[in-house]
Write a protein that binds this ligand. Structure first.
Ligand code: AMP
Length: 210
Protein backbone atom coordinates (compact mmCIF):
# COMPACT_ATOMS: atom_id res chain seq x y z
CA UNK A 1 0.00 0.00 0.00
CA UNK A 2 1.45 3.32 -1.11
CA UNK A 3 -0.79 5.98 0.29
CA UNK A 4 -0.84 9.76 0.40
CA UNK A 5 -2.95 11.41 3.09
CA UNK A 6 -4.31 14.77 2.00
CA UNK A 7 -6.25 17.21 4.13
CA UNK A 8 -6.03 20.51 5.96
CA UNK A 9 -3.67 20.93 8.89
CA UNK A 10 -5.41 19.30 11.85
CA UNK A 11 -7.65 17.13 9.65
CA UNK A 12 -6.31 14.06 11.46
CA UNK A 13 -3.76 12.91 8.88
CA UNK A 14 -1.08 12.21 11.46
CA UNK A 15 -3.44 10.37 13.79
CA UNK A 16 -4.91 8.19 11.03
CA UNK A 17 -1.47 7.61 9.50
CA UNK A 18 -0.15 6.20 12.78
CA UNK A 19 -3.15 3.86 13.13
CA UNK A 20 -2.90 2.60 9.54
CA UNK A 21 0.87 2.33 9.86
CA UNK A 22 0.57 0.00 12.87
CA UNK A 23 -2.14 -2.12 11.21
CA UNK A 24 -0.50 -2.37 7.81
CA UNK A 25 3.06 -2.61 9.17
CA UNK A 26 4.36 0.08 6.84
CA UNK A 27 6.08 3.32 7.86
CA UNK A 28 4.49 6.75 8.01
CA UNK A 29 6.61 9.46 6.54
CA UNK A 30 5.66 12.85 7.89
CA UNK A 31 7.65 15.73 6.43
CA UNK A 32 6.36 17.94 9.27
CA UNK A 33 7.85 15.57 11.88
CA UNK A 34 11.11 15.26 9.93
CA UNK A 35 11.38 19.06 9.70
CA UNK A 36 10.59 19.59 13.39
CA UNK A 37 13.28 17.04 14.32
CA UNK A 38 15.74 18.84 12.01
CA UNK A 39 14.94 22.17 13.69
CA UNK A 40 15.40 20.62 17.14
CA UNK A 41 18.75 19.15 16.09
CA UNK A 42 19.87 22.41 14.42
CA UNK A 43 20.73 20.70 11.11
CA UNK A 44 21.15 22.75 7.88
CA UNK A 45 17.68 21.60 6.73
CA UNK A 46 16.26 22.69 10.09
CA UNK A 47 17.85 26.11 9.81
CA UNK A 48 16.38 26.53 6.31
CA UNK A 49 12.91 25.40 7.38
CA UNK A 50 12.43 27.20 10.70
CA UNK A 51 11.18 30.63 9.55
CA UNK A 52 8.76 29.15 7.00
CA UNK A 53 7.18 26.82 9.56
CA UNK A 54 6.86 29.54 12.17
CA UNK A 55 5.03 31.75 9.67
CA UNK A 56 2.61 28.98 8.66
CA UNK A 57 4.13 29.04 5.16
CA UNK A 58 5.45 26.11 3.14
CA UNK A 59 9.08 25.06 3.15
CA UNK A 60 10.62 25.29 -0.38
CA UNK A 61 9.89 22.31 -2.63
CA UNK A 62 13.61 21.62 -3.18
CA UNK A 63 14.15 21.04 0.56
CA UNK A 64 11.14 18.72 0.75
CA UNK A 65 12.14 16.67 -2.28
CA UNK A 66 15.59 16.07 -0.80
CA UNK A 67 14.01 14.80 2.43
CA UNK A 68 11.57 12.51 0.61
CA UNK A 69 14.13 11.02 -1.73
CA UNK A 70 16.44 10.15 1.16
CA UNK A 71 13.65 8.72 3.33
CA UNK A 72 11.97 6.59 0.65
CA UNK A 73 15.30 5.01 -0.26
CA UNK A 74 15.39 3.27 3.15
CA UNK A 75 14.68 -0.45 3.36
CA UNK A 76 11.53 -0.14 5.48
CA UNK A 77 9.72 1.54 2.55
CA UNK A 78 10.04 -1.50 0.28
CA UNK A 79 6.59 -2.88 1.16
CA UNK A 80 4.78 0.44 1.08
CA UNK A 81 4.46 3.71 2.95
CA UNK A 82 2.03 6.34 4.11
CA UNK A 83 2.93 9.90 3.19
CA UNK A 84 1.57 12.37 5.73
CA UNK A 85 1.82 16.01 4.65
CA UNK A 86 3.61 15.45 1.37
CA UNK A 87 3.14 16.29 -1.46
CA UNK A 88 1.83 19.69 -0.42
CA UNK A 89 2.02 21.47 -3.80
CA UNK A 90 1.49 20.54 -7.46
CA UNK A 91 5.26 20.96 -8.17
CA UNK A 92 6.02 18.47 -5.36
CA UNK A 93 3.54 15.97 -6.83
CA UNK A 94 5.03 16.44 -10.29
CA UNK A 95 8.56 16.02 -8.94
CA UNK A 96 7.49 12.81 -7.20
CA UNK A 97 6.10 11.46 -10.46
CA UNK A 98 9.34 12.36 -12.26
CA UNK A 99 11.35 10.55 -9.60
CA UNK A 100 9.20 7.44 -10.15
CA UNK A 101 7.69 7.52 -6.66
CA UNK A 102 4.63 5.29 -6.91
CA UNK A 103 1.25 6.00 -5.34
CA UNK A 104 -1.81 3.74 -5.17
CA UNK A 105 -4.23 6.19 -3.58
CA UNK A 106 -4.36 9.80 -2.45
CA UNK A 107 -6.91 9.87 0.34
CA UNK A 108 -8.32 13.24 1.34
CA UNK A 109 -9.83 13.71 4.80
CA UNK A 110 -12.45 16.44 4.48
CA UNK A 111 -13.00 18.72 7.46
CA UNK A 112 -14.56 22.21 7.60
CA UNK A 113 -12.24 25.08 8.50
CA UNK A 114 -14.30 26.02 11.60
CA UNK A 115 -13.90 22.49 12.97
CA UNK A 116 -10.15 22.66 12.30
CA UNK A 117 -9.74 25.98 14.13
CA UNK A 118 -11.65 24.69 17.16
CA UNK A 119 -9.76 21.41 17.11
CA UNK A 120 -6.22 22.84 16.87
CA UNK A 121 -6.53 24.68 20.17
CA UNK A 122 -6.75 21.33 21.98
CA UNK A 123 -3.94 19.56 20.17
CA UNK A 124 -0.93 18.47 22.23
CA UNK A 125 2.24 17.08 20.71
CA UNK A 126 4.98 14.99 22.32
CA UNK A 127 8.27 16.91 22.39
CA UNK A 128 10.15 13.66 22.11
CA UNK A 129 8.35 11.33 19.63
CA UNK A 130 5.88 13.75 17.92
CA UNK A 131 2.84 11.64 18.81
CA UNK A 132 -0.26 13.84 18.95
CA UNK A 133 -3.12 13.86 21.45
CA UNK A 134 -6.18 16.02 21.97
CA UNK A 135 -7.37 17.28 25.33
CA UNK A 136 -10.98 16.25 24.57
CA UNK A 137 -11.11 13.70 21.74
CA UNK A 138 -7.88 11.79 22.40
CA UNK A 139 -6.49 12.62 25.84
CA UNK A 140 -3.30 11.00 27.13
CA UNK A 141 -3.67 8.61 30.09
CA UNK A 142 -1.74 11.06 32.26
CA UNK A 143 -2.13 14.78 31.59
CA UNK A 144 0.87 16.32 29.87
CA UNK A 145 2.69 13.00 29.40
CA UNK A 146 3.00 10.96 26.19
CA UNK A 147 1.42 7.47 26.48
CA UNK A 148 4.00 6.04 24.12
CA UNK A 149 7.37 7.33 25.32
CA UNK A 150 6.72 9.30 28.53
CA UNK A 151 7.83 12.54 26.83
CA UNK A 152 6.44 15.96 27.70
CA UNK A 153 3.33 17.09 25.76
CA UNK A 154 3.42 20.65 24.45
CA UNK A 155 1.43 22.96 22.18
CA UNK A 156 3.16 23.18 18.81
CA UNK A 157 4.24 26.77 18.14
CA UNK A 158 2.48 26.73 14.76
CA UNK A 159 -0.80 25.58 16.36
CA UNK A 160 -1.33 29.14 17.67
CA UNK A 161 -4.67 30.48 16.26
CA UNK A 162 -3.12 33.14 13.97
CA UNK A 163 -0.69 30.62 12.49
CA UNK A 164 -3.47 28.05 12.04
CA UNK A 165 -5.39 30.61 9.93
CA UNK A 166 -2.29 31.18 7.78
CA UNK A 167 -1.79 27.43 7.41
CA UNK A 168 -5.42 26.96 6.34
CA UNK A 169 -5.03 29.68 3.69
CA UNK A 170 -1.85 28.00 2.48
CA UNK A 171 -3.69 24.67 2.39
CA UNK A 172 -6.56 25.97 0.24
CA UNK A 173 -4.23 27.82 -2.14
CA UNK A 174 -1.33 25.36 -2.53
CA UNK A 175 -2.45 21.91 -1.42
CA UNK A 176 -6.14 21.53 -2.20
CA UNK A 177 -5.47 21.62 -6.00
CA UNK A 178 -3.78 18.23 -5.48
CA UNK A 179 -7.24 16.68 -5.21
CA UNK A 180 -7.89 17.50 -8.89
CA UNK A 181 -4.34 16.37 -9.75
CA UNK A 182 -4.92 12.88 -8.31
CA UNK A 183 -8.57 12.73 -9.48
CA UNK A 184 -7.31 13.17 -13.05
CA UNK A 185 -5.09 10.14 -12.49
CA UNK A 186 -7.97 8.11 -11.05
CA UNK A 187 -6.23 7.92 -7.67
CA UNK A 188 -8.29 10.23 -5.47
CA UNK A 189 -10.46 8.93 -2.64
CA UNK A 190 -12.23 11.24 -0.21
CA UNK A 191 -13.66 10.60 3.24
CA UNK A 192 -15.69 12.93 5.42
CA UNK A 193 -14.39 13.60 8.91
CA UNK A 194 -16.41 11.61 11.48
CA UNK A 195 -17.26 12.53 15.08
CA UNK A 196 -14.58 10.22 16.53
CA UNK A 197 -11.11 9.04 15.54
CA UNK A 198 -12.29 5.41 15.46
CA UNK A 199 -15.25 6.22 13.22
CA UNK A 200 -12.97 8.07 10.79
CA UNK A 201 -10.58 5.09 10.76
CA UNK A 202 -13.50 2.78 9.92
CA UNK A 203 -14.61 4.96 7.01
CA UNK A 204 -11.02 5.16 5.73
CA UNK A 205 -10.56 1.40 5.91
CA UNK A 206 -13.86 0.79 4.09
CA UNK A 207 -12.85 3.27 1.40
CA UNK A 208 -9.44 1.64 0.95
CA UNK A 209 -10.92 -1.85 1.09
CA UNK A 210 -8.65 -2.99 3.96
P1 AMP B 1 2.60 19.41 9.36
O1 AMP B 1 3.18 18.78 10.58
O2 AMP B 1 2.41 18.43 8.23
O3 AMP B 1 1.37 20.22 9.64
O4 AMP B 1 3.72 20.44 8.82
C1 AMP B 1 4.12 21.55 9.60
C2 AMP B 1 4.80 22.58 8.72
O5 AMP B 1 5.95 22.00 8.09
C3 AMP B 1 3.95 23.11 7.56
O6 AMP B 1 3.10 24.16 7.97
C4 AMP B 1 5.02 23.56 6.59
O7 AMP B 1 5.60 24.79 6.99
C5 AMP B 1 6.09 22.48 6.76
N1 AMP B 1 5.90 21.35 5.83
C6 AMP B 1 5.62 20.05 6.15
N2 AMP B 1 5.51 19.29 5.05
C7 AMP B 1 5.73 20.12 3.99
C8 AMP B 1 5.74 19.95 2.58
N3 AMP B 1 5.50 18.76 2.00
N4 AMP B 1 6.00 21.04 1.81
C9 AMP B 1 6.25 22.24 2.35
N5 AMP B 1 6.25 22.48 3.67
C10 AMP B 1 5.99 21.43 4.50
Amino acid sequence: MKLILLGAPGAGKGTQAEILSRELQIPTISTGNILRAAIKDGTPVGLQAKAFIEAGALVPDSVIMGIIEERLAKDDCKNGYILDGVPRTIPQAEAMEKQGIEIDTALSIEVDDEVIIARMSGRRTCKNCSQTFHVVSNPPKQEGICDFCGGELTIRADDAPETVKARLETYHRETEPLKAFYAERGKLATVENQPTIDATTTVIKNTLGI
